[in-house]
Write a protein that binds this ligand. Sequence first.
Ligand code: M6R
Length: 592
Amino acid sequence: MCGIYGIIGKCKNIDKVAINALYELEYRGYDSSGIAFLNTNKEIKVIKSTGKIENLEKNINNHEVSTECLIAHTRWATHGKISTSNAHPHTSENVAIVHNGIITNYEELKNKLNSYKFYGECDSEVIAKLMDYNLQRSKTALEAFCKTIKELKGSYAIECIVKGEYNTIFIARKESPIYVCKYKDTVIASSDLITFPKQTSTYFEVSENQICELKKSKIKFFDLELNEIKGTSKKYDINENKVSLNNYSHFMLKEIFDIPKALNDTMKKLESSDKLNIDLSRFEKVHFIACGTAYHSACVGAFMVQSLCGIDAQSHIASEWIDSPTLCNKNHLFVMISQSGETFDTILALKKAKQNGCICLSITNTSYSTLANLSDYVLPIVAGKEVAVASTKVYNACNLACLYLANKIKAERQNLELNLNDIKIDYNEITKLLNAEFEKEFANTLINYKTIFFLGKCEDYITAMEASLKLKEITYINSSAYPSGELKHGTLALVDNETLIIAYLTNANYTDKMISALSEVKARGGKVLLLSNQTLPKALVDYSIKLSSGNSSINMLLYSIIPMQKLAYYTAIKLNKNPDKPRNLAKSVTVA
Ligand code: M6R
C-alpha cells in the first residue's frame, strides 16, 4: 500500500502543497511519512517522521525547504517495523525514491548490492541502492532508471530523484497506480487523482512497461528501450472526488449519513447504464469475488442471484480464490466488487478469471481504477469518495448494484424488460434508522462485554458478518459472526452471562430457528440484542432494534446494516478510538 506524490516546477510553499497531498493520500497508510527534495545546491535532502502526517508537517516546519523538485510518501508498513529508517523516501548517496508496492526479489538484489550499506528493513530501500549502482554504469540517469526497473520483480509505483538532475522526477509502475498532470508551472505525479488541483481536468496514466520523465512543464514517456512514445491523456472531473467533513465529527459518521444520497445517486447511474451491453441470460453461473466488506457485498450478490434468478451463484474471498483450484468456464460470469478498484487480491482474481476466458464485470466506486480499466464491463457505484477506513455507504450502494444486477439477469432470462420499479429503496426507513438514538446509548452497555457474537441465518448471516467486521476494525473488540444454527455445534461453549449476542432476523421463515438459537443462549445466561421486523418472546430479548416490516428481507439488505454501522462508530468514540483511522489498517490494500 502507501501513497506517493511528486511535484516539479515553480510553486509557492511547495512543502505545504506536498503535505496537503499527503493528507489526501493518508487513507492509503499512515504509519510514517516523508519527503525528499533537491535543494538549490543540487543536493538531496530528506525529512521523515513516524506516525501521522501531522508529525511530518511539524518536522518540516523546522527546516528550510527551498526546491522546485520534491517527492513525498505516506507508508503502510509491510516489510520492516514502523520506524524513521524504514519510512520513505529511501536513499543511497545519489538517489532518493518513494515506492508503493512490494519488491519480491529484494533479497536477491540485496545480495548483488553487497557493497552498499543498508540502513533499514524495508524492501523499497533496495530500489535506491540499485538505481545508484546503475547510475555508475550508465550514460544517463534515464538509462540507469530504465535498467533498474527492468531488474525489479513484484509490484511498484516509483518516483525517483537523482543528485545533479535538478529538474527531473523519473516514474515507473507495475500493478500499482500512478497518475500525472500539468498545472500552471508545475507537473505533478500521484497515486490518486484526488491530490490534483481542482482546476485540472486532464491527466496521464503511466502505463506498465513505460518510463515517465517529469521535467519542468514537460511530461515525456519512453518504452523500456528508451524510445520516446506518446502518453495517453484522459479527462476527469476532479471536483467529484473532493470531500470535506461539513459539520460531522468524523468521516465515518458523515459517510453513514450519506447512505440515502449514495443509494439515490447510484440508482440514477444504474438507470442510465441500463444499456449494459452484455447478454446476461447466457451465463450458467455467477461468481462474486471481493475482499473485506466488499466480500460481504459479494455474498449479498450471490444470495440475490440465487434467490431471484434461480441459477447457481457463489461468493469467494479474492485472496482464497486466486490460489484455489479453478472451477470455471466461459459460461460463468465473474463479478468483482471493490470500493477502491485497487485491491490487489481482487485484481489478481480478475486476471485469473480472464486468463480462463471468463467475462468480468466490476462493481466499483472508482471509475478510473485499475479494476475498472481491466474489466470487460463496469457497473458503477456513485457513493462519493469514502474516506473512513471502515467502509459504510459503499457497502449499501454495492448491495444496490447487486440487486440491480440480479433483477437484470432475471429479466433477461425471462426475456422481459427490466422493471426498475422492482428495486425499491425505503428512504423513510433509512431516515428512521439514521436518526435513532439507541446506538449512541447502547455503546455504553456494549463496552462492558468481552465476548460478542453476531447471529443470523442466510441473508441475515451476511449482515451479521459485516456488522462483526465493522465492530472489530474500529473498536478492537473481539467479535465473530455465526449462522444461528451453527452456534450449538461448538461456539455455544463460550456463551455465559458475560456474553452479548447480537441477532438479526428479517425473514419470517427463520423465526422458529432463531427462537431455538436464542433459547440456547438464554439458557446459558447470555444477553441478547435483537434487530428484527418481528417481535419475539420477551424472555429471549434484552434489547431490541425494530426494523420495518414492510420490506422483503432482500430489500432490507440495502439498509439493515445501518444500526450496526452506527453502533460500531459510537462504541469507538466511547472507547476514545479514532474511527476514521483504525490502527494497523489502510483504506486501500494494494498488496497481496
Ligand atoms: O477497496 P475495496 O472495497 O476492494 O476494499 C476491500 C477491503 O479491503 C475493505 O472492504 C476493508 O475490509 C474495509 N476496511 C472494511 O471496512
